[in-house]
Design a protein around this ligand. Structure first.
Ligand code: G
Ligand code: G
Ligand code: NA
Length: 251
């Protein structure tokens, strides 16, 4: 059977689960937020998202799956709060989900059903999503933002968003793509990362570096006044229980 066929009904069968990757404050070392990342357990094997997200988008099954992820993320926020940890959770928003008419209502429903502080939830949007239909994207992001939900631009620097667009969207955070972090402190890559940090500061935005693995990268980012980092240096994406252990250690 094809992957598409095996994927059909995976949500109902409970084959999806979510792992979380910490985002760390570079000055204090505190874990403030985590990113929710989807996994599919099939036949005892864990299948990474690049092998099935686009299939879920093609079948539009990404919509119920994303609704489930949003609700799970809100429940996890509430669970960590019960354990005494205040931590924000970001979810990745796919193009199909973002363009759906119900997008804003579904985010509101997840927040209200669980009863969390909306500021604990963040939507990660890619640049491509924004330039497709600018006025529609502005409308939706303004709605999301008015609820109190935070908004970040994922993989920043790899898309083609003009800098002028950035000011039109109610964005909180830029996430510097791993491609601009991986060769620090060699090559010119540090120049792009530090430029994005300067740009973020000038626009009054938070800035976070993705894919941070080494001491040199940490030093570089601290020196250039980056706000947060995410990457294997702290932890790969892990279970909620493992996040609780990390929160205890880094709070
Ligand atoms: O850590 P990882 O292999 O999980 O993530 C790879 C990519 O898969 C991420 O950059 C992200 O774009 C995508 N991805 C992971 N989880 C989700 C999800 O819940 N929804 C969407 N739309 N994409 C996701
Ligand atoms: O683009 P997005 O942030 O949604 O995707 C996260 C992806 O990057 C996941 O596939 C995750 O496993 C991977 N990732 C996260 N941290 C690191 C890291 O420090 N190094 C590398 N090589 N990959 C990472
Ligand atoms: Na992301």
């Amino acid at each position: 059977r094809s992957t598409q066929e095996r994927l059909s009904g995976a949500l109902e069968r409970g084959e999806f689960f979510i792992v979380y990757q910490p985002k760390v404050d570079l000055q204090t070392g505190v874990i403030r937020d985590v990113e929710a990342l989807l996994r599919w357990r099939y036949n005892g094997e864990v299948i990474p998202p690049y092998r099935f997200i686009s299939l879920l988008e093609q079948s539009r099954e990404i919509i119920p799956v994303s609704n489930w992820i949003a609700t799970q993320a809100c429940r996890q926020i509430a669970e960590w709060e019960l354990q005494g940890y205040k931590v924000g959770v970001s979810i990745n928003v796919s193009a199909v989900q973002f363009k759906d008419d119900e997008f804003c209502d579904m985010i509101a429903a997840a927040i209200n059903e669980v009863g969390i502080d909306p500021r604990s939830l963040e939507c990660e949007i890619t640049e491509g999503l924004l330039i497709d239909n600018v006025s529609e994207a502005v409308d939706k992001l303004v709605q999301i933002k008015e609820m109190g939900v935070r908004i970040s631009i994922d993989d920043f620097g790899t898309g083609y968003s003009s800098l002028a667009y950035l000011r039109q969207f109610p964005i909180d955070t830029l996430k510097i793509d791993r491609a601009f972090i991986k060769d620090i402190p060699h090559a010119d890559d540090g120049t792009i990362a530090s430029s994005i940090i300067v740009l973020s500061k000038a626009l009054g935005l938070n800035v976070i570096a993705e894919g941070v693995e080494t001491d040199e990268q940490i030093e570089f980012l601290k020196h250039h006044d980056c706000d947060e980092y995410q990457g294997y240096y702290m932890s790969p994406p892990v279970s909620p229980e493992e996040i609780s252990v990390l929160l205890e250690r880094h709070n």
